[in-house]
Design a protein around this ligand. Structure first.
Ligand SMILES: NC(=O)c1ccc[n+]([C@@H]2O[C@H](COP(=O)([O-])OP(=O)(O)OC[C@H]3O[C@@H](n4cnc5c(N)ncnc54)[C@H](OP(=O)(O)O)[C@@H]3O)[C@@H](O)[C@H]2O)c1
Length: 225
């Protein structure tokens, strides 16, 4: 049985990944930061839920200690929006650093902590849930300073890590889920949660190591950096 780890799994995109991976026969280690939310409703013997805050190395190490055997898929999904500041004079620098801490550094902490479990004979995929908002080419409207920068940094960190990790059979896939109906995306978002996550899972399932570092939207459209 293949093993997956999902961060930020309590609700939204993370929880939908958990449900679909379990349906497909995976063993899933699901990390929740504060409240289990949707995870509480899932009855499946292949689901192991544990507290996980991606800003805290003690929490990460405690989570990783519970994982039995190898990991075949890491979905770095945990993320937060920024303050929707109306102009740059309103930027809250403390919250900006926290957004970078969660969205950019958090996924690196997870890769570091799981590295030895991910390096084995068959390929492991690290799916980074990024955003088109991190694309410099696509930054037409500006604003969303911390969120945009956090996803741009995540993209660069992923491409930089792939160079080293390719030797250890670990491949990176950088995904934009679309603008999705979740607490973060809001009710007016045009993409349904189920369509986004199914699209991203199809991309994960067909991913190979030659394409490590690809930046792609949930429907298979490659994105500009
Ligand atoms: N929705 C969209 O339109 C959209 C578009 C592009 C990219 N994304 C990306 O997709 C990912 C998931 O977003 P979503 O829409 O599903 O958001 P969401 O519904 O707000 O869920 C975010 C999840 O991240 C968790 N989280 C936040 N900080 C954390 C931390 N420090 N450690 C561990 N978990 C943490 C939250 O836990 P709590 O319940 O404890 O808060 C929650 O489970 C994010 O990376 C987001 O940037 C979303």
């Amino acid at each position: 049985m293949r093993t997956a780890v999902v961060t930020g799994a309590s609700r939204g995109i993370g929880s939908e990944f958990v449900v679909r991976l379990l349906d497909a026969g995976w063993c899933v280690y699901a990390g929740y930061r504060s409240d289990m939310h949707r995870l509480e409703l899932i009855q499946n013997k292949n689901l192991i839920c544990h507290q996980l805050d991606v800003t805290n190395n003690d929490s990460i190490n405690d989570f990783v200690k519970r994982i039995d055997g190898n990991v075949d898929l890491l979905i770095n999904n945990a993320g937060v929006p920024d303050g929707r500041w109306r102009n740059l004079k309103e930027i809250d620098d403390e919250w900006m650093l926290e957004v970078l801490n969660i969205n950019s550094v958090g996924p690196v902490r997870m890769v570091k902590a799981l590295y030895d479990k991910m390096s084995h004979d068959s390929m492991t995929t690290v799916a980074m849930i990024s955003s088109l908002m991190g694309s410099i080419d696509d930054c037409h409207s500006g604003r969303s300073y911390a969120y945009r920068a956090s996803k741009t940094a995540l993209n660069m960190l992923s491409v930089a890590m792939k160079k080293e990790a390719i030797e250890d059979n670990i491949s990176f896939l950088i995904l934009h889920p679309g603008w999705v109906k979740t607490r973060m995306g809001g009710e007016h978002a045009p993409v349904e949660l189920t369509d986004s996550v199914q699209g991203m899972l199809d991309l994960i399932n067909s991913h190979d190591i030659e394409n490590s570092g690809r930046f792609v939207q949930y429907d298979g459209v490659d994105l500009p950096w």
